[in-house]
Design a protein around this ligand. Structure first.
Ligand code: NAP
Length: 312
C-alpha cells in the first residue's frame, strides 16, 4: 500500500508504477528524502528573527553540555554549531570529562540555568551509565529546555499539549514527514527504538496525528514482521545496518534516524542497509544527509523561540 499524499501517488502512476505494485522493478530507485531542503525551509526565516532579537538587545544563545567525547556527540555538536552560526545564534560549550560526577554535571546545568545570557541548553545524551540522567533532566530550567528533556516538556508531548519544546530529533522526523507530504492519518507506522530521545516521544507525536503506531525495542519478538507490516518504518535503534532487506516489503517509506560510527567504513552509517532496499522502498532518507540535518534546524528554531519568549 502506498502511503504518500495523493499528488505523489499520481506522479508515480504516471511513471508507470501501478499502486498495486508488489515486486522489485528493474531500474527503480526510491525517492531520496533529503534533509537539506527541509532544514533550509525551517531556517529561512530564523536569521531575520535572530536579527530582530539583537535589535532589542537579546543575542540568542545556545549552550552545549557535553560529557566525554563520543563521536556522534562531536559530530552533532559541530553540525549544530555550524547551523547556529548561519542563523546568528551564539553558542557556548561546557565540556566535562567522561568520568565527570553527578554533582559536576548538575553544577554545570545549574550554572547555565542562572546565566541570563543563555536561552537554550542542549545536553548530549546518553550520559555515562553511572549518571542519573533523569535527575539531571529534572533540574534544567524548563524555559531553556530546547531539546525536550525536562518532565514538563515530556508531559506536553505525551499529553498532546503544547508545553515547552518536543525533543529535536522527534520533531525533525515530523518536519521531514510533513515536508515530503507523507500522509499519517490512519497510516501504520513502526518505530524501532523506545528511548526518550527519539522513539518514545516520536511515537506520541505520530499518534497525535492519528497514525497507528507500533513501538519496537530490543525485546520485540519478530522485529522484521513488525517492520514489514508498516506503511512507514522509522528506525532509531543505533545499530549499524541492523535492518536488512528482509525487514522490508516493497512500497514502504523508510526513515533512518540511526547515526552509527562504522570503524570499518570510517564514516557514520544508518540502522538501515539502504543500499539493498533502494530498489523496493518507495522513499527513504540517506545517512548522513537525512534526519540529522533537520534536527539541527529544529534546535536553532527552538533556541530562537526560547529567546523570543524572554521578551514576551
Ligand atoms: P538509545 O538510547 O541507545 O536507544 C536505542 C533503542 O533502540 C532502545 O530502545 C533499544 O531497545 C532499541 N534497540 C537496540 N537494539 C535493538 C534491536 N536489535 N532491535 C530492536 N530494538 C533495538 O539510542 P538513541 O539515543 O535513541 O539513538 C538511536 C540512534 O539514533 C543512534 O544511532 C543515535 O546516534 C541516533 N540519533 C540520531 C539523531 C539525528 O538527529 N539523526 C539524533 C539522536 C539520535 P531497549 O529499550 O530494549 O534497550
Amino acid at each position: 500500500m502506498a502511503c504518500r499524499a495523493g499528488m505523489d501517488i499520481l506522479v508515480l502512476q504516471d511513471a508507470g508504477r501501478p499502486s498495486s505494485w508488489l515486486g522489485k522493478k528493474e531500474g527503480f530507485m526510491a525517492e531520496e528524502l533529503r534533509g537539506a531542503p527541509v532544514a533550509k525551509k525551517i531556517t529561512s526565516e530564523l536569521a531575520g528573527r535572530a536579527e530582530a532579537l539583537k535589535e532589542r538587545g537579546v543575542t540568542p544563545t545556545l549552550a552545549f553540555v557535553r560529557v566525554g567525547e563520543r563521536p556522534d556527540d562531536l559530530s552533532y555538536q559541530h553540525a549544530a554549531e555550524k547551523r547556529c552560526q548561519k542563523v546568528g545564534i551564539e553558542t557556548k560549550l561546557v565540556e566535562l570529562p567522561a568520568e565527570a560526577s553527578q554533582e559536576e554535571i548538575e553544577e554545570a546545568i545549574s550554572s547555565l540555568n542562572s546565566d541570563d545570557s543563555v536561552h537554550g541548553c542542549l545536553l548530549f545524551r546518553p550520559l555515562p551509565k553511572a549518571i542519573d540522567e533523569a535527575r539531571i533532566a529534572s533540574i534544567m530550567a524548563p524555559a531553556k529546555d530546547v531539546d525536550g528533556i525536562t518532565p514538563g516538556s515530556l508531559y506536553g508531548v505525551f499529553a498532546g499539549e503544547q508545553q515547552g519544546f518536543p525533543p529535536c530529533t522527534a520533531a525533525a522526523v515530523m518536519a521531514l514527514i510533513d515536508h515530503y507530504g507523507i500522509a499519517l492519518e490512519g497510516a501504520r507506522v513502526t518505530v524501532v527504538g523506545r528511548s526518550l530521545v527519539v522513539g518514545r516521544p516520536l511515537s506520541m507525536l505520530l499518534l497525535a496525528r492519528n497514525a497507528t503506531v507500533t513501538l519496537c525495542h530490543s525485546r520485540t519478538k519478530d522485529l522484521f514482521a513488525a517492520t514489514r507490516q508498516a506503511d512507514i518504518v522509522v528506525s532509531a535503534a543505533g545499530r549499524a545496518h541492523m535492518l536488512t532487506r528482509d525487514a522490508f516489503r516493497p512500497g514502504q517509506t523508510v526513515i533512518d534516524v540511526g547515526m552509527n560510527w562504522s570503524e570499518a567504513e570510517g564514516r557514520f552509517v544508518g540502522d538501515v542497509a539502504t543500499d539493498v532496499i533502494c530498489d523496493i522502498a518507495e522513499a527513504c532518507t540517506p545517512v548522513p544527509g537525512g534526519v540529522g540535518s533537520v534536527t539541527t534546524a529544529i534546535l536553532a528554531q527552538h533556541t530562537i523561540e526560547a529567546a523570543e519568549r524572554t521578551l514576551a
